[in-house]
Design a protein around this ligand. Structure first.
Ligand SMILES: Cc1cc2nc3c(=O)[nH]c(=O)nc-3n(C[C@H](O)[C@H](O)[C@H](O)COP(=O)(O)O)c2cc1C
Length: 217
């Protein structure tokens, strides 16, 4: 697989062909990549709303009005849309769930190792809670790692996509009752196949010079 070719050919799709749907196999592959995404101390602070039905797409676009209205057609014409949600807090109960998961899968050789791991994780959480930006910024950073992986995975499968930050998070949170479930919406990803009318498909990629962004020491 030519990784550079995938990076060069992936682009932000601005218009989708509403008649072209992603196969279930490809969708599952992208969801598997999200499932396997790495995160700091394996905190996995995310939940993904997989938006498939027209009715659910309509609900997402409630958060894409006014200055964000330009993003609504992307959701409506996408094959699937994923709403990336991030936890609002890390409770002791959640930390316990994580360590129990690690134990169940066989990552600890004994109880002492499990206990040590639980303490290290809790220590990091306390540290990030006290850091600038707090625990929510740290957790949201992890969610964006998952976004990056999904963007690349989609491109590798020949699927077009759009990362969307242009939406009203409060409206989306209310629409899907996310706050009550302890989450907030961080970013939206549309997936599908480009429309022939997508102006962005033929525009050249624009990036700053490598000399400006890389320093080799
Ligand atoms: C977190 C994030 C949010 C973005 N939000 C939007 C958006 O709301 N609408 C949109 O059309 N493009 C959005 N983009 C796409 C960027 O504008 C695009 O990635 C950038 O211009 C580089 O172009 P390329 O993806 O075609 O290489 C977003 C990209 C990222 C990574």
């Amino acid at each position: 697989m030519d990784l550079l070719k995938i990076a060069q050919e992936r682009y932000t799709t601005k218009a989708y062909d509403p008649n072209k749907k992603i196969s279930q196999t490809d969708l599952n592959a992208i969801l598997d990549v999200l499932h396997l995404a790495p995160s700091s101390i394996n905190i996995q602070p995310w939940h993904f709303l997989v938006i498939e039905s027209d009715a659910a797409k309509q609900r997402v676009t409630q958060a894409m009005t006014g200055p964000y209205a330009y993003n609504a057609p992307k959701v409506l014409d996408s094959s699937h849309t994923v709403v990336f949600c991030t936890r609002n807090d890390v409770t002791d109960e959640y930390l316990n769930q994580l360590v129990q998961q690690d134990a169940a899968i066989g990552r600890f050789k004994d109880a002492a190792t499990q206990q040590a791991q639980a303490e290290v994780r809790k220590g990091y959480v306390d540290q990030y809670r006290a850091a600038e930006g707090g625990i929510t910024r740290w957790m949201e950073n992890q969610t964006f790692i998952a976004l990056g992986e999904a963007l690349f995975a989609a491109a590798a499968l020949g699927i077009d996509s759009t990362p969307i930050g242009g939406f009203d998070a409060k409206t989306l949170d209310a629409e899907f009752n996310l706050t009550a479930q302890g989450f907030t919406s961080s970013v939206v990803l549309t997936l599908g196949y480009r429309s022939e009318t997508d102006f962005n498909a033929t525009l050249p990629k624009s990036r700053l010079a490598k000399e400006q962004i890389f320093t080799t020491l």
